[in-house]
Write a protein that binds this ligand. Structure first.
Ligand SMILES: C[S@@+](CC[C@H](N)C(=O)[O-])C[C@H]1O[C@@H](n2cnc3c(N)ncnc32)[C@H](O)[C@@H]1O
Length: 277
């Protein structure tokens, strides 16, 4: 498990302040599958400083959040400071959510290369109502997934010799920058969404049915190259000077639009959607 130290938390918040819209495209999967939250309650795992929380509240959801390090983000109804790797036993016994959602968290709790920690998988059905959606999005662990059909940036998801372009860039940045140079260092273990789908639909009992499993191409977007480099350095709290970060990301940065336009960093996350039966 990768701990989020206070220094890493500050650095993460610095990045989000530097360019609050950089990761907006990551939210499209949630907007597609959880667009109508009116009258419903979602449990958000690993809320951080609230990027997904805001998206969910904007779609009408009442949001309960859990995070091992960060306090309640703005808009949360209830917040639990807890370790999800140990399961969801910190919730009230009668917890019954209409959805569970998670963005960029599960790679922090991976101890097995392919699956959710067993206590977390075991508790998922207990805290959801029949018909509830579970949507988990995280760092790519499997290059064989199809691409999201209406990915917000089709060009970033173009398929090449090394699979979906954005996914190849994401895994390379984790392997070359995040795993060795993030402080604290990441454990280099990434979950495979098809295996988690099997885990939740078969191993823990027939409580979930698969809805979708795909690469979501979701370029990060910046006003200029300097911001892109500074953002990557701060988001992952990299113990590296900017020249070395630039050497890794510069070859893949793309200018989009006329007269300099926006700078895109190809990015993709794996997304799994399940429905509670
Ligand atoms: C990369 S951040 C993502 C935050 C937010 N979901 C977002 O997309 O901006 C990962 C978050 O997972 C939280 N986290 C890491 N390990 C955790 C654990 N074992 N239990 C609960 N939260 C955890 C961290 O504190 C951090 O807020």
């Amino acid at each position: 498990m990768t701990a989020f130290t206070p220094e890493r938390m500050n650095s993460y918040c610095e990045a989000e302040d530097l360019c609050p819209d950089a990761r907006t495209a990551e939210l499209a999967s949630f907007q597609k599958f959880l667009h109508d939250g009116a009258g419903k309650v979602v449990l958000e795992l690993g809320s951080g400083n609230g990027t997904l929380t805001k998206c969910l509240t904007d779609m009408g959801w009442t949001v309960d959040t859990v995070d091992i390090a960060f306090q309640a983000p703005p808009g949360a109804r209830r917040h639990y400071n807890a370790d999800i790797a140990n399961g969801l036993g910190f919730l009230p016994k009668d917890a019954a959510y209409d959805a569970v959602a998670s963005l960029a968290v599960l790679h922090h709790v991976a101890s097995d290369p392919k699956r959710l920690p067993t206590p977390l998988a075991d508790d998922m059905a207990a805290v959801t109502k029949p018909g509830a959606m579970v949507i988990l999005q995280d760092v790519p662990g499997d290059a064989a997934l199809p691409q999201m059909p209406n990915s917000p940036d089709g060009a970033a998801g173009a398929t090449g010799a090394d699979g979906v372009y954005g996914a190849a860039t994401t895994t390379r940045i984790f392997a070359e920058l995040v795993d060795p140079h993030s402080t604290p260092t990441h454990n280099g273990i990434y979950l495979q969404m098809p295996a988690i789908s099997s885990q939740l639909t078969q191993s823990t009992g027939p409580e979930f049915e698969p809805v979708a499993c795909f690469h979501h191409a979701c370029d990060w977007r910046f006003p200029n190259r300097d911001t892109a480099i500074q953002y990557v350095q701060s988001l992952f709290n990299l113990d590296l000077d900017r020249n070395r970060i630039e050497a890794v990301i510069e070859p893949v940065l793309k200018t989009v639009g006329a007269q300099g336009g926006q700078i895109h960093l190809p990015w993709a996350l794996d997304c799994l959607v399940l429905r509670r039966t």
